[in-house]
Design a protein around this ligand. Structure first.
Ligand code: ATP
Ligand code: MG
Length: 481
């Protein structure tokens, strides 16, 4: 392949000029080079120089007439932004590690040293930016061949590579998943041997990799690899607990680990939404905790949706996933994931549909997607039947939403108005009235409008012993009309 083609941008020629002028060798290295071969050009460039990365970056910035440079003197790196490009400069380095930390002792090194410290052969490719051999590929570990064969492999002894920086084990799994590559057997075996070292990696780093894995085409691959290598036990033991099948009286339940990963892939084929993918992964997380064998009924996981929703915050906290509305969303999906199924099994009443719309709100479409992905029966007829039922539920959802607008339910009568009407301060009764109105709307006793809600407020107020002190006669409709 003619690599000069991919080094046409002004940035590369300026780096090349600076390298010539300063008499310092410079190379593009790592992800950018890898992605050329994978035909997915990126705007992140890593440049390694045989000298000071910071000084070099300063000179490049001057020639590009940009001031958007950040210098990290302590790390000897500099980051330069130029239009949509993000260029990082670093001096070539040699690294040595201690047992208790991912942080290496760093010395200046040669290009070879720098390639040796890279995580995988496919990430150790370098392209020369020097005038004498501009565009030449330096590939000491046969990385291009690994790219062709689809192989993740460490440049040096994998045991040392992973022991030095255990994050690389997770990066191996992530790259394999993202690129649909195989991890070379010796490398895979080394991960198995070194899996306990993952303990020195921060939760933030781990979760970064998990999220990249989760946004891949087929995220199940990553979770299978994590399990196979024993990393999963350290990262998410709650998920390992889903593995396996138990039998009693010749009745067995399905393997919830396999089922969950099938659901995750089904869902991922339909949606890129990272949080919905997490919800798919965690939707049955409480099945081990709620599993019972009941004579005459077989295996049950009663209440696993509620117990599961309760487990979400601690899992998110441990993984350092955000504890904000994203978490609430995942919780909601886990808690509601059986509702459309239950709904489709019974006769679909308007009232049940309204309640589901109310509880799911704007996330109803996501919830329906998750539920459809949750159908993993091997029996074609069963799958067809469930999907047909879901179509009925969807149709009904649409009809009711058009009629009653429940999705973004706003109480038609406010707490303020209730207090003004009955001359009361905030108290339990206000809540009682509001709930009665909400329930009446969801149950279809009244429509979702102000006049009907206003009259119900007066009625309920009187029932619970309140006397109105201010009534707006314009809205009053006599009871027996
Ligand atoms: P992506 O940006 O898609 O995550 P990348 O390969 O560019 O992939 P970065 O984290 O941006 O990954 O790292 C850039 C390069 O730095 C890598 O290609 C690799 O050569 C090297 N690298 C990154 N992290 C490590 C590590 N933990 N150990 C060894 N080398 C690493
Ligand atoms: Mg990168």
């Amino acid at each position: 392949m003619e690599m000069r083609e991919f080094l046409k941008h002004k940035i590369f020629s300026i780096v090349s000029d600076v390298a010539e002028f300063e008499n310092v060798d410079a190379y593009v290295i790592g992800g950018y080079v890898r992605d050329i071969f994978l035909n997915r050009p990126s705007k992140d460039i890593d440049i390694v120089v045989l000298g000071s990365g910071v000084d070099f970056a300063r000179k490049v910035a001057r020639r590009l007439r940009t001031t958007k440079v950040s210098y990290f003197k302590n790390f000897g790196t500099a980051q330069l932004k130029y239009h949509e490009w993000d260029v990082e400069f670093v001096g070539a380095r040699k690294e040595s590690y201690r047992l208790d930390s991912r942080k290496p002792i760093v010395e200046n090194g040669t290009l070879e040293d720098d390639q040796n410290r890279r995580d995988f052969t496919i990430n150790a490719l370098a392209l020369s930016l020097n005038k004498r051999n501009f565009g030449e590929l330096i590939d000491p570990f046969d990385g291009v061949n690994d790219l062709k064969r689809g192989i993740i492999r460490t440049p040096l002894d994998p045991l040392t590579t992973f022991s030095d920086d255990p994050l690389r084990m997770l990066r191996a799994v992530r790259f394999a998943t993202q690129l649909n590559f195989d991890i070379e057997p010796k490398t895979l075996d080394a991960i198995r041997q070194m899996n306990g070292r993952i303990k020195i990696v921060s939760a933030e780093r781990i979760t970064d990799e998990l999220n990249k894995m989760m946004t891949s085409l087929r995220p199940s691959m990553g979770w299978f690899l994590l399990d196979e290598t024993g990393l999963l036990e350290y990262i998410l033991p709650e998920f390992v607990a889903l593995k396996g099948v138990e039998s009693r009286n010749g009745i067995s339940h399905k393997d919830n680990f396999l089922h969950t990963l099938e659901v995750l892939d089904n869902l991922s084929a339909k949606s890129d939404n990272l949080w919905l993918r997490w919800a798919a992964l965690l939707h049955d997380i409480a099945k081990p905790k709620t599993k019972r064998f009941i004579q005459g009924q077989g295996w049950t996981f009663h209440g696993h949706e509620f117990v599961g929703a309760k487990m979400i915050p601690s899992i998110f906290r441990k993984l350092k996933l955000p504890l904000n509305d994203k978490m609430k969303y995942v919780q909601k999906m886990v808690q509601l994931h059986l509702r459309p199924i239950v709904l489709s099994q019974d006769e679909v009443t308007d009232s049940a549909v309204r309640r589901l719309l109310f509880d799911a709100g704007d996330d109803i479409d996501d919830l329906m997607m998750l539920c459809e992905a949750d159908i993993t029966s091997k029996n074609d007829a069963t799958v067809k039947r469930h999907l047909a039922n879901f179509r009925i539920v969807r149709k009904k959802l649409k009809e009711i939403e058009e009629k009653d607008a429940i999705r973004n339910f706003q109480p038609p009568v406010s707490g303020e108005l209730i207090m003004d009407t009955f001359g009361i301060k905030p108290c339990k009764e206000v809540g009682v009235i509001k709930t009665r109105i909400k329930d009446a709307i969801l149950d279809g006793e009244i429509h979702n409008n102000f006049v009907e809600a206003y009259n119900l407020m007066l009625k309920v107020g009187r029932e619970i012993g309140l006397t109105p002190i201010k009534i707006d006669q314009r809205y009053v409709v006599p009871e027996n009309k």
